[in-house]
Write a protein that binds this ligand. Structure first.
Ligand code: 4AD
Ligand code: MG
Length: 460
């Protein structure tokens, strides 16, 4: 007999009559002649109630079907006479698939702290909260593909091993196949001896590959893991995180901002309709303002303003910040959050940043001081999207690289894009974990990724 997922059974989509469900016991209550099991299979937030009695096949094994045990239940799906659930299963047979030792099973029926659950990342998806979180994560990855597929964007797989530092920020993990002894060689010899005959790194961004493909397929996106050796131990930075990077040909900064706003509206709408029960859990236990905030993001236009005006607002607002504010200084998350949470009370797109604080590839504006960059800032988090129009003029790009003291050795192909049929193009990067923080109200990035990798932490 084929297994029915509990979400199907509870939606009433399953065939009436006999069904088979498999999952893990959440609770068991034994009465005189009956036992009630709450079983969850991860397909939805709700458990299914199972009623067993002496007539149920396998009833004698019930004593081993404690919290955490894996079980199979065959029986009839019937309208439940009890309150709290619409459906229940009258069990014809129960099978114990995997026991769980009751003394040592770490997920007892009480609320556990996020900190504790991080130490059992292999079991936390079995809790209501993390089950909901990772279902939302899966749905949102799918919704991203759907959004771009519907708009005719091609999905490009950018490499993870790379020799280039896209962001020029030097926060790369080096990858080597050399053993510890060879690692001690002098710098030039070491690189030459290594697997690729040169230094190799884990990518910080798929942008350069996306630019190449935008300049041939038109509109593209990459979506995959990216890596940054940032030593900052914050609640918003991970060493390994997922980034979505669309890139559009024949597009400018305005198109880029429009796409970012449309995407965030689409995804907040999708989570509200497709993950309603899971969002409701976060509204009840994590952040009661979540639904209203998500509806606001979905329904109200974002604010857009140039960086210079953002600086004026921050400098004139009368609030004392930890970090200084002024033209030419990067916005810190406290500034970003003031703009979104206090001043505008909605997502804010800041554009035209001073060129000194932005990456070499961003298109210079005519004022000579700023570049056509944009960041989308959201309440609770700050920067969630960073993007720009790309410098498509060869001479301007070369000047910019020289100003920065960078070399384009190894980037001949990137420059070639500007030599042969160059076109204005623009794109951005959306941090997928930051999106999930926004959609759930969870405030620590460690709690929205299955197995977090952060400074000094590499478990599981
Ligand atoms: O602003 P960033 O550094 O932009 C880029 O990497 C561009 N190459 C993207 C592009 O234009 N194609 O990063 C983009 C986003 C940030 O806004 C943030 O949401 C996320 O990636 N991000 C991180 N998320 C988690 N942990 C980190 N260490 C992150 N660094 C960036
Ligand atoms: Mg950025």
């Amino acid at each position: 007999m084929k297994r029915t997922k509990i979400d199907m059974a509870l939606r009433g989509d399953a065939a009436r009559g006999d069904i088979l469900v498999k999952g893990w016991v959440r609770t068991r209550r034994d009465a005189k002649d009956f036992s009630f099991l709450e079983v969850n299979d991860g397909s939805c937030r709700a458990n299914i109630q199972v009623v067993a009695d002496a007539g149920t096949d396998g009833f004698s094994f019930l004593k081993d079907m404690g919290v955490g045990a894996a079980v199979a239940v065959r029986g009839e799906l019937v309208a439940s006479p009890g309150k709290g659930q619409r459906w229940e299963i009258r069990a014809a047979s129960l099978t114990l698939i995997g026991k769980a030792d009751q003394e040592s099973y770490p997920l007892q029926k009480k609320r556990h702290s996020d900190e504790f659950l991080r130490t059992i990342a292999h079991l936390r998806p079995r809790t209501n909260k993390y089950g909901a979180l990772f279902r939302i994560r899966s749905e949102m990855a799918f919704a991203i593909h759907e959004f771009f597929h519907d708009r005719g964007f091609a999905y490009v797989h950018s490499p993870i091993l790379t020799a280039s530092d896209c962001e020029g920020a030097g926060e790369m993990f080096r990858v080597t196949s050399l053993g510890p002894q060879e690692g001690g060689l002098p710098e030039d010899e070491r690189a030459a001896k290594d697997f690729f005959g040169k230094d190799a790194y884990l990518t910080v961004s798929g942008q350069l590959a996306a630019e190449v493909f935008a300049c041939s397929l038109g509109d593209v996106y990459t979506f995959g893991p990216t890596f940054r050796a940032e030593h900052s131990d914050t609640s918003r930075h991970a060493a390994e995180f997922w980034m979505l990077e669309p890139e559009m040909a024949f597009a400018d900064l305005g198109d880029d901002m429009d796409l970012g706003e449309e995407l965030l509206k689409y995804l907040t709408g999708a989570v509200l309709t497709r993950c309603a029960a899971d969002v409701e859990l976060f509204a009840s236990f994590v952040d009661k303002d979540l639904p209203a905030r998500l509806e606001g993001i979905r329904d109200r236009p974002f604010e857009r303003l140039p960086y210079a005006r953002a600086v004026d607002i921050l400098a004139g607002c009368g609030k004392t910040f930890e970090y200084p504010v002024g033209f030419g200084l990067d916005l810190q998350s406290e500034h970003e959050r003031y703009l979104t949470e206090v001043h505008f009370n909605r997502p804010v797109i800041v554009y035209d940043y001073p060129k000194e604080i932005k990456a070499f590839y961003m298109r210079q504006n005519d004022d000579g001081k700023t570049v056509a960059a944009m960041d989308v800032l959201v309440p609770g988090i700050g920067e969630i999207i960073g993007g720009s129009a790309r410098e498509e003029r060869l001479d301007a790009l070369e000047r910019r690289v020289a100003e920065r003291g960078l070399t384009m050795d190894g980037y001949w192909w990137y420059l070639d894009l500007r030599r042969f049929g160059s076109v204005p193009h623009a794109g951005f990067g959306l941090g997928f974990e930051r999106l999930l923080m926004l959609l759930t109200g969870v405030t620590n990035i460690r709690d929205v990724i299955p197995f977090p990798r952060t400074y000094r932490h590499l478990e599981f």
